[in-house]
Design a protein around this ligand. Structure first.
Ligand code: PEP
Length: 253
């Protein structure tokens, strides 16, 4: 079990749902998840944030953006700053997702700059990391993930590190229906916690939440979240349907 750490069920909707559909979804979800002991987060497209932030008021649902720029303002056409997200009531920003790394050239250095800006704006980053199938087969998963997280956390203080969230998402398990075994997921999440202990000390490492992501569903959530270093899930496909997501939120019911 993960001791005092509150389990997080964070949905990553990716580029799905219109603003109207998003509000309908959270209006339904807020009733479904009432009284659950998990922290519930919905990671929604930028255009859905105003409506969703309004709709979740007075509920236990938190709102995440799926990206942010590290500069506060300026000539960055198409980008959105952390201050803009904060003003809308965003609680978390997902950064370093493998889709952003692969399709939009997000590097570890950019993830680090984004983490800094998100924290400075009073929001919390959910920092994604994870290996490709080739890297797993080459036996370099730990080295790769360790490097990703070490660079992402450069300049981040111990106090900040204890509040942010890390999501380990093996790329071969994202959207493929192929989940890592609980042992595979635990092994890497445990290694990330060891790295946190090395960087910030054991107390911080024991407080930072580490999620697993990659085809989490109602059937496998409990086994994954019961592992000692897995503090919840970053959920793509199964977060798009309220009933499926509710089952993940209430994995231990
Ligand atoms: C994700 O998008 O972060 C993800 C883990 O997707 P899925 O749950 O669909 O594999």
């Amino acid at each position: 079990m993960s001791g005092k750490r509150v389990i997080m069920a964070a949905g990553n909707w990716k580029m799905n749902k219109t603003p109207r559909e998003a509000v309908e979804f959270v209006n339904h979800l807020r009733g479904l998840i009432k009284g659950s002991s998990s922290e519930v987060v919905v990671g929604v497209p930028f255009v859905c944030i105003p409506g969703v932030a309004e709709a979740v008021k007075g509920s236990d649902i938190k709102v995440a953006a799926q990206n942010a720029h590290w500069e506060a303002s300026g000539a960055y056409t198409g980008e959105v700053s952390c201050g803009m997200l904060k003003e809308l009531g965003v609680d978390y920003v997902i950064i370093g997702h493998s889709e952003r790394r692969e399709y939009f050239g997000e590097t570890n250095e950019m993830v680090n700059k984004k983490a800094r800006a998100i924290l400075d704006a009073g929001v919390l980053p959910i920092i994604c990391c994870g290996e490709t199938l080739t890297q797993r087969e080459q036996g370099v998963t730990k080295e790769h993930v360790r490097y990703q997280i070490k660079v992402a956390l450069l300049g981040i203080t111990a106090q900040e590190a204890s509040r942010l969230v890390i999501a380990y998402e093996p790329i071969w398990a994202i959207g493929t229906g192929k989940t890592a075994t609980v042992e595979q997921a635990q092994e890497v999440c445990g290694m990330i916690r060891e790295l946190l202990a090395e960087l910030y000390g054991k107390d911080v490492a024991e407080r930072t939440r580490i999620l697993y992501g990659g085809s989490v569903n109602a059937g496998n959530a409990k086994a994954l979240f019961d592992m000692p270093d897995i503090d919840g899930g970053l959920v793509g496909g199964a977060s798009l349907k309220p009933d499926a997501f509710e089952k993940i939120v209430r994995h231990d019911a």
